[in-house]
Design a protein around this ligand. Structure first.
Ligand code: 7RM
Length: 512
């Protein structure tokens, strides 16, 4: 957070990279962003694990000629190799700055004045293509909307302690740990680690100890903690809580009610906030205690936001289904202050990705339902983007990583419902090597994905197949693969365009 704020103060564009990414993913981002400076730690703690951050950075910098300086903050004291002329310790630099102050008595360090539309940061996020996009947000619009939504959605009152459990490496951390709360003058509480370490009472201990008033977390965390039962809650005083929030993926009703009953004790409004890296801040959410909550519904758009549901031709849907609901692809009709400004280095890509699918609309990539009161329920992505434990991962990215493995001929990746993660990653792989047996090959593929992207993109299931269902024009029929992975084999839909129907039989037989 200090590094992010430091950049903002001097007018430097920051691009935070989640600590779980591989050296390769970091190298790609550094190159794409034309980065010149890196701020990192020697290591970091994540659950019981020590992550060797600086060593990963060193790997990412092999062959890199853009980076001028690497600033290293001491955190875990693991040995690191500091390269002369390039790497400096954060603490040493701070000492030098302090000596200057002592000598010259200089204490004034004015913030750089920025234009409203100057870029504030780049944050890489996955889309339906193999290459993550650098989403650019601007100084004024982004800070305005994150502050406005923070104050109104959570009904923030001066003095409230706000605890958002996200990682700074994702947009939720940027908007609702750093910028929104701090611009509103709130106390923002952050923690290093995972919800289940050293035990599943970590969140409840933090809430008890620091008298947290607002808790903002993700359905995947709620579901994982639900799995530990009520034992970890015993003896924890959660009475300071006033407001609960959820974000990142659709919340199922069971998790919503557990959150309401056992964490909020039926006294705290739950806000279900729908938004994206590209939207900067919340676009659809109830306002805590002001507009009604509805389990697993994000409910109403924020003031000024104009959603619309369209069919595949971009026509507004008007016909209700058997439950009296409208169903369609979620678009937004006019801009809002923190709308994505560009994708770094490729403005055309921004246009085609978000504004060209349907004329005059911003397309979110999500599907949604709408009831007669105007409430929205987000059903999930309708493109080739997965949401695994609230992490956005493109199927094409995972396929590219799997295909890097020497024995792999071709692969297809789809999502399937997963009790805790929301979605799991299912990979169908055509393998043509001689090395090892299926188990070893699976492990080799997982190792490859970890190397190329990072552990978050590891498939949960890998099924070896002799072919993939393709159309006569050579397109993989993902719809069929998705159905098989979901275990919904009774209705595979239209298979008449399939090149080789026998492949589908084989895949269904071998399902994991
Ligand atoms: C904030 C964030 C964006 C995608 C988005 C949705 C899904 C986010 C909700 C949700 C249902 C919600 N940014 N999503 N919030 N789905 N209900 N309240 O997560 O760029 O990482 O992901 O996340 O599919 O398109 S993100």
């Amino acid at each position: 957070m200090y590094a992010v704020l430091g950049c903002a103060r001097i007018g430097a564009i920051h691009s935070v990279i989640f600590g779980g990414f591989s050296a390769q993913s970091i190298a790609d981002r550094l190159y794409d962003a034309n980065a010149e400076f890196i701020i990192t730690c020697d290591g970091a703690y994540r659950g019981g694990k020590d992550i060797p951050l600086k060593s990963v950075i060193d790997d990412a910098l092999i062959g890199n000629r853009q980076i001028k300086k690497v600033i290293v903050y001491t955190r875990t004291r693991i040995p690191v190799s500091m390269i002369k002329g390039r790497d400096v310790w954060w603490e040493d630099e701070m000492d030098i700055a302090e000596e200057q102050v002592e000598k010259n008595g200089v204490v004034s360090f004015p913030a750089e004045e920025m234009d409203a539309e100057d870029p504030l940061f780049i944050l890489y996020t996955s889309g339906s293509t193999g290459k993550p996009k650098g989403v650019v947000h601007s100084c004024a619009g982004y800070m305005l909307w994150t502050t406005y939504t923070f104050v109104n959605v959570f009904q923030y009152q001066p003095g409230d302690i706000h605890f958002c459990t996200a990682d700074i490496g994702w947009i939720t951390g940027h908007s609702y740990i750093v910028y929104g709360p701090l611009c509103a003058g709130a106390t923002s509480l952050m923690f290093e680690g995972i919800p289940t370490w050293p035990d599943a009472g970590r969140f409840w201990d933090i809430i008890d100890k620091h008298k947290v008033n607002i808790l903002y977390t993700a359905p995947t965390a709620i579901r994982s903690l639900m799995g530990f039962g009520l034992e970890p809650l015993k003896g924890k005083d959660l009475s300071s809580l006033k407001i609960l929030g959820t974000v990142g993926e659709p919340i199922n009703e069971e998790a919503w009610h557990w959150y309401d009953d056992h964490i909020g004790k039926n006294k705290c409004p739950i806000v279900d906030t729908w938004w994206q890296t590209e939207t900067g801040g919340c676009l659809i959410s109830n306002l805590a205690g002001i507009t009604p909550a509805k389990a697993s519904w994000a409910t109403l758009p924020m003031p000024g936001v104009q959603p619309v549901l369209v069919d595949e031709n971009g026509k507004e849907v008007t016909e209700k289904d058997e439950h009296g609901l409208l169903k369609g692809n979620l678009c937004i009709q006019s801009p809002w202050p923190s709308i994505i400004r560009t994708t770094w280095g490729d403005h055309e890509r921004c246009r085609t990705n978000y504004f060209a699918t349907y004329e005059n609309l911003y397309f979110t990539g999500d599907g949604a339902l709408k009831d007669e009161h105007g409430n929205y329920r987000i059903t999930g992505r309708v493109d080739d983007v997965l949401n695994v434990s609230g992490h956005r991962i493109g199927t094409a990215e995972v396929e590219n990583a799997i295909n890097m493995h020497a024995g792999v001929v071709e692969s297809a990746v789809v999502g399937y419902p997963h009790d805790i993660k929301g979605q799991g990653i299912y990979a169908y792989v055509i393998y043509n090597g001689h090395h090892g047996d299926d188990e070893l090959r699976r492990k080799d593929i997982l190792q490859t994905v970890t190397r190329i992207i990072g552990p978050i993109a590891k498939p949960d299931k890998i099924q070896f197949v002799s072919g993939l269902p393709k159309t006569r024009s050579g397109k993989i029929m993902r719809r069929i693969l998705r159905k098989i992975a979901e275990g919904e084999t009774s209705s595979l839909g239209d298979t008449s365009t399939l090149l080789d129907p026998a492949v589908v039989e084989e895949i269904m037989h071998g399902k994991l």
